[in-house]
Write a protein of this length. Structure first.
Ligand code: GAR
Length: 200
């Protein structure tokens, strides 16, 4: 059984897509053991609690410095003995020690077709604003492994989404979530769980 931890900062619709896929059997041999947010009012925590999953808030604001926050985050992650860490709208930089320790075991969902509209400063609605400003006709989402850079790790899955005439950033964000993110994030976890099962 793949032990999964999901890191979130906001609404948690991607988390919900993963929980639904586990419930429906689309993802087999995986279990979400913990959901961690940097923000205590993130609705994602509520979604986890509603599912009977441990929901923790580890906020940088509660620590004297970044190192202490990073240490606590890594301590908790280690405590749950996770096989896979999923960044599902987690808007905090991942400590380098965690990237090294969990290499090839951290994935991130990004709301564009990497290498477009990614890297520092591209998160949430800003990604869709940039895509519309550039006038692209196709955008999408990417699931990639996390390395030391921002959105630079190996790509696991991508899915394209059409940009429609007159789209607002919010409309485009919604279409990218519905047609791409909520599809490929569960698919990626299903793939990784299957791989682990085949190795066992
Ligand atoms: C998602 O669109 C995700 O791709 C994005 O934040 C949103 C979180 O929504 N992540 C990034 O922009 C990371 N660079 P959710 O909380 O409803 O899943």
């Amino acid at each position: 059984m793949l032990r999964v931890g999901v890191l979130v900062s906001g609404g948690g619709t991607n988390l919900q897509a993963v929980l639904n896929a586990i419930d429906s059997g689309e993802i087999k041999n995986a279990e979400v053991k913990v959901v961690i947010s940097n923000n205590k009012s993130a609705y994602a925590l509520e979604r986890a609690r509603n599912h009977g999953i441990d929901a923790l808030c580890i906020s940088p604001k509660e620590f004297e410095n970044r190192t202490q926050f990073h240490n606590e985050l890594l301590l908790k992650i280690d405590e749950y003995r996770l096989d896979l860490i999923v960044l599902a709208g987690f808007l905090v930089t991942i400590p380098e020690a965690m990237i090294q320790k969990y290499r090839n075991r951290i994935i991130n969902i990004h709301p564009s077709l990497i290498p477009s509209f990614c890297g520092t400063g591209y998160f949430g609605l800003k990604v869709h604003e940039a895509a519309l400003a550039r006038g692209v006709k196709i955008t999408g989402a990417t699931v990639h492994y996390v390395d030391e850079g921002t959105d630079t790790g190996p790509i696991l899955l991508q899915k394209a989404v059409e940009v429609k005439e007159g789209d607002t950033p919010e409309e485009l964000q919604k279409r990218v979530m519905e047609e791409a993110e909520w599809v490929i994030l569960p698919q990626a976890i299903a793939l990784i769980a299957k791989e682990q099962e085949e190795k066992a």
